[in-house]
Ligand binder design. Structure first.
Ligand SMILES: Cc1cc2nc3c(=O)[nH]c(=O)nc-3n(C[C@H](O)[C@H](O)[C@H](O)COP(=O)(O)OP(=O)(O)OC[C@H]3O[C@@H](n4cnc5c(N)ncnc54)[C@H](O)[C@@H]3O)c2cc1C
Length: 372
């Protein structure tokens, strides 16, 4: 007779910073049965980052004074402390995550891809490459990296997405980068520093100061400084227009702009136009807001399928984007608290997250502007 599968209280899908972080918060709820499934290795996205990419949010060990390292996923950890660097590369950050998982003994089944999720009388029925799992609640932490957003530009398939190594390989002559926020300016500066004549096109001109002090809308200081230095070198042009079409002919790539003019790229243009929510096998269980981002209740739970939570950069509440680690980690202990309380378990240990500045349950308090 085949034994009945165990129903977990919570199943986390994905072992990036969101999955590992939320798992650690679940671990603090005594008696809660949880597990994590990861299709690759712990921190797989960071292992897949092109080697030239590094964090733009700095790491620094301020933990003892309630200023937990911006890139930490648990109050007692700090990438700056364990790695000895302030702007980790992808490989370094994956090493930090592996260290955290090993230290706290997080139960992760690697090389296990979740292929299908359906609602079930007891919660959710999950199909994985290693067989079925039942869970009362589910936390989707599958990340955004697998879903680069292609702009509505004819011929976009001729360009290289910025998250792939091809975008960073050595170029010569002229290069057009489409999208001028952090990733676009990073790859543009990388090539301009090597003497390539780079044009960055973006009608929204994110390189201008912009309103507000939220780093989700304003360039990081390190990017601003680098931009100033690289522009002085004469190989970088910033163009306030959107690309309308990309065409290949005569050994070059022509990029027509909506302003009417045309730029030429001697190698494939680079697309740096952001990422979608990447909901994978839970996409059909999540309703969308008018802007296409997941519609969540105040507990980061799907409005279509209560019990399904979202953790990571796709979390949005009103105009607030939780797209950096230091932002989305504010919700790990909240989600664990909602799940634990729902099961009648003691969630008081999660107060340690609040003490460390890693728990925001009142969403009205995040939109603070700096005075100077
Ligand atoms: C280029 C780039 C630079 C960034 N720089 C910064 C920065 O400097 N600072 C910052 O705070 N944030 C940064 N971010 C934003 C954010 O921190 C990262 O996107 C981060 O990877 C998000 O963490 P995550 O755990 O949600 O997703 P991921 O790290 O992508 O982890 C998701 C995991 O889920 C797994 N997975 C996916 N689908 C399945 C499935 N079906 N079954 C099982 N497992 C699955 C994946 O293999 C992966 O390991 C950056 C993002 C990008 C794209």
């Amino acid at each position: 007779m085949t034994p009945e599968p165990v129903t977990l209280d919570a199943l986390v899908i994905g072992a990036g910073p969101a999955g590992v972080g939320v798992a650690l918060a679940l671990d603090a709820v005594d008696g809660l049965r949880y597990g994590v499934l990861e299709r690759g290795a712990v921190g797989q996205t960071f292992l897949d980052w092109p080697q030239q990419l590094s964090f733009l949010t700095p790491s620094f060990t301020g933990n003892g004074f309630g200023a937990t390292d911006l890139n930490a996923v648990h109050p007692q950890t700090s990438p700056a402390f364990s790695l000895g660097v302030d702007y980790p590369t992808g490989a370094e950050y994956a090493r930090y995550l592996r260290g955290v998982v090993a230290h706290f003994g997080v139960p992760i089944l690697a090389n296990t891809e979740v292929t299908r999720v359906e609602r079930h009388p007891e919660g959710f029925a999950v199909e994985s490459s290693r067989g079925p799992v039942l869970a009362t609640t589910l936390i989707w932490a599958g990340g955004e990296f697998a879903e680069p957003l292609a702009p509505r530009v004819a011929g976009a398939g001729l360009a290289s997405p910025v998250g792939r190594p091809a975008a960073w390989e050595a170029r010569s002559g002229r290069l057009v980068v489409i999208g001028g926020y952090e990733s676009g300016l990073d790859v543009a500066c990388h090539h301009a520093e090597a003497g390539v004549d780079v044009s960055v096109v973006d009608a929204a001109t994110p390189w201008d100061a912009g309103a507000g002090s939220d780093p989700s809308y304003r360039l990081a200081p390190r990017t601003r400084q680098r931009l100033e230095r690289v522009r002085a070198g004469g190989h970088l042009t910033l163009v306030a227009a959107n690309a309308a079409a990309i065409k290949r002919g005569g050994g070059v790539w022509g990029v027509s702009l909506d302003a009417g003019s045309r730029l030429t790229s001697d190698t494939p243009p680079v697309l740096a136009t952001g990422y979608g929510p990447g909901l994978g096998p839970v996409a059909h269980l999540v309703d969308r807001r008018a802007d296409g981002w997941p519609l969540l209740d105040d507990d980061d739970q799907s409005t279509l399928a209560p019990g399904l939570f979202l953790a990571g950069p796709a979390v949005r509440h009103g105009g607030m984007k939780f797209c950096f680690v230091y932002k989305f980690r504010q919700r790990f202990a909240h989600v664990a608290g909602v799940i634990g309380s729902g099961l009648g378990l003691d969630v008081s240990a999660l107060e340690a997250w609040r003490d460390a500045g890693m728990l925001t349950d009142d969403l009205s308090c995040c939109g603070v502007e700096c005075a100077c």
